[in-house]
Design a protein around this ligand. Sequence first.
Ligand code: ATP
Ligand code: MG
Length: 141
Amino acid sequence: MANERTLAIIKPDGVEKHRIGRILARIEEEGFSVCAMRMTRLSTREAEGFYAVHREKPFFGSLVKFMTRGPVVLMVLEREGAIAKWREVMGATNPENADEGTLRREHASSLEENTVHGSDAPDTASFEIGWFFRESELLST
Ligand code: ATP
Ligand code: MG
């Protein structure tokens, strides 16, 4: 499998609960390199554009409100098979269905407040990375 990049986010609930350090430790233990990282508070426009694929879903308004209520940590992660591996480490969208040992099982409190985000395919990863980072901000370590 080739080296690949994915976009990860520690969502507002994860930052509020002071889980940044534990999540970053897990990221490094799982063999990812951090290529870029920024803590920021998303604007409504940024969150709506990022989650544009969900615009028609009934939970869209609530999701945007959640994602903008406090700071997030945006990261670009790199490793072999990064997209699938990061989704495996995160666990299922609903923490009640997430496997033991996954980040969402350990830290998430609900289907909406599920602590972490990860891109789901190569095309979405490249859209999502480009949504938040310029090419010159992606550093190889
Ligand atoms: P993410 O894209 O954040 O990594 P995901 O790919 O596992 O999560 P998606 O289906 O893309 O899940 O949903 C995006 C986000 O919207 C979820 O992570 C969750 O925060 C929220 N969400 C999804 N389904 C619901 C729902 N039925 N009710 C409320 N919030 C939801
Ligand atoms: Mg998704």
